[in-house]
Design a protein around this ligand. Structure first.
Ligand code: ATP
Ligand code: MG
Length: 477
């Protein structure tokens, strides 16, 4: 049943209409080509015959005597002016062809030989060829010398117009027959080719129907289904392309689900702490200091939640492509100096040292506050994942029209297995340790997005227990 559904009624009608038009065009072109060819042949025959006739010696005499041997269906006339300027004609067997005096004058005056049509009184159509005849031809001509009987009047004409014609009866008959054949054959061909075409199209398009059926069955909840690839032709390629697209969609949906799960998980932990503290405080009356402690914990956890939510909002805006970057020229030297002053207390807390290396002014085109977010995330990570009294270094160099900002530490480092994942959202190498320090695993994902927004790159190299280096490359302004 599906097989018969695979080609629609509208498609069949369109196919038949196209096929019909093609056959009609084909029929018309056959008819007109043949007609043109037949008339061309007739014209060539007429021209050759006229050339032959004008070369007959004293042909006008022969015609006048009625002894000219005409070919079947041929009509022949000479038009000339007598000495007293009267237009006369010399016609074979009195079968007169009407030619206008203007046409005669034109050819006599040296005009070109001409083809035309004429209709005989009995309704037959004639194809005519008019050309110049000169008595010079007669003198040097070939053919039989006409017998001149005593008393015969010689026709002394120097120039005349030879009009030679033949009926187009045979051509018309052939074209009529062709027309009748076409009228009969074309509809039959249309029906036959239409049926065969639709039959084969159904077979060819069956895989398309299968693809469309499977695509229809695939819902947002069942993205794991794939279209079976049965052929290795264009349709097989189409199915493969759709399968690849489904794979990408499935991955994106899965990631989205994981992200939602991770986000709720991240938010559930501080929320549980807030709820527990509040419930405990309300259970019985306590010392003011105990309330103070609970409120401090609640405030801390709320801060943590607010941080995650604002990071998530940033990434959601980034995903929708709605975030606006205010690009200006930023000189990295004062920018980094101001940043390291700002972050200094954080390093002092852990008695860490920060060294800044820079050679000279390097200007990049960037959104100053977004670039600040990147650098703060990297520097916070550096201090967070480096033990007390550790060293952190920050350097700015240039290479191939790119500014390179590197943040290195001699902290705990990142394992080789973890390195490819650290820019993923909510990814943390050591979940417990990171959670302790308030990290949610979104910082580097945000950094990567911002750097790419600036047509830059961010990369990392690290060795466990040796240290980590993050390298940010940004195009120089
Ligand atoms: P937050 O969203 O608050 O930044 P986070 O620091 O845990 O949380 P990221 O900054 O994205 O998240 O870092 C992801 C993980 O990469 C971290 O949890 C940590 O395990 C690892 N990491 C990042 N920077 C360093 C570093 N300099 N040294 C060692 N590990 C690091
Ligand atoms: Mg971080």
């Amino acid at each position: 049943m599906k097989f018969y559904k695979s080609i629609s009624f509208t498609f069949s009608v369109r196919y038949l209409a196209l096929l019909g038009t093609l056959l009609l065009v084909l029929g018309c072109s056959v008819y007109f080509t043949l007609s043109k060819r037949l008339y061309n042949n007739l014209d060539t025959t007429l021209r050759e015959r006229a050339e032959q006739v004008v070369r007959f010696r004293d042909v006008m005499e022969i015609v006048a005597k009625g002894s000219f041997e005409e070919e079947p269906g041929e009509i022949l006339s000479f038009y000339y002016y007598t000495n007293d300027k009267k237009l006369k004609d010399l016609t074979l067997k009195e079968r007169r062809i009407s030619v206008s005096p203007e046409q005669v004058d034109q050819i006599l005056a040296g005009g070109e030989s001409d083809f035309s049509f004429a209709v005989t009184p009995d309704g037959k159509i004639l194809r005519l060829y008019s050309t110049l005849y000169s008595s010079e031809h007669a003198k040097d001509g070939t053919g039989p010398v006409p017998k001149v009987e005593p008393g015969d009047k010689r026709i002394t004409v120097e120039r005349a117009v030879l009009v030679i014609g033949r009926t187009t009866k045979n051509i018309e008959r052939t074209l009529d027959q062709l027309f009748q054949t076409l009228v009969l054959v074309l509809p039959l061909t249309l029906v036959l080719m239409g049926c065969c075409g639709i039959f084969f199209l159904r077979i060819i398009l069956r895989p398309v129907q299968d693809i469309s059926d499977t695509a229809q069955d695939i819902g947002a909840k069942d993205l794991s289904r794939r279209i079976p690839i049965t052929t290795h032709d264009e349709l097989g390629n189409l199915a493969e392309t759709i399968n690849h697209m489904m794979e990408r969609l499935e991955k994106a949906f899965r990631r989205q689900k994981e992200l939602t799960g991770d986000a709720s998980h991240e938010l559930r932990a501080p929320l549980a702490v807030i709820q527990a503290e509040a419930t405990l405080s309300l259970q019985q009356e306590r010392e003011p200091s105990s309330y103070q402690k609970s409120l401090e914990i609640i405030a801390g956890e709320s801060d943590h939640m607010a941080g995650i939510i604002s990071q998530l909002l940033f990434l959601a805006r980034a995903d929708s492509g709605n975030e606006m970057a205010e690009i200006t020229e930023v000189d990295l030297v004062p920018f980094i100096r101001e940043l390291s002053d700002y972050i200094e207390p954080l390093f002092q807390e852990k008695q860490q040292t920060i060294t800044v290396h820079q050679t000279g002014s390097v200007i990049v085109k960037a959104d100053c506050s977004l670039l600040r977010t990147v650098m703060l995330n990297l520097l916070r990570n550096a201090t967070q994942y480096t033990s007390e009294k550790g060293n952190i270094s920050l350097s700015i160099t240039t290479e191939n029209s790119m500014a390179r900002i590197s943040v290195s530490d001699n902290g705990i480092g990142i394992s080789e297995e973890a390195l490819p994942h650290i820019f993923n959202r909510f990814y943390r190498v050591d979940k417990a340790r990171s959670r302790e320090s308030g990290g949610s695993g979104l910082g580097l994902a945000i950094c990567k997005h911002i750097v790419e927004l600036h047509q830059g790159q961010i990369s990392v190299t690290s060795k466990v227990d040796k240290g980590t280096t993050f390298l940010v490359s940004l195009p120089i302004a």
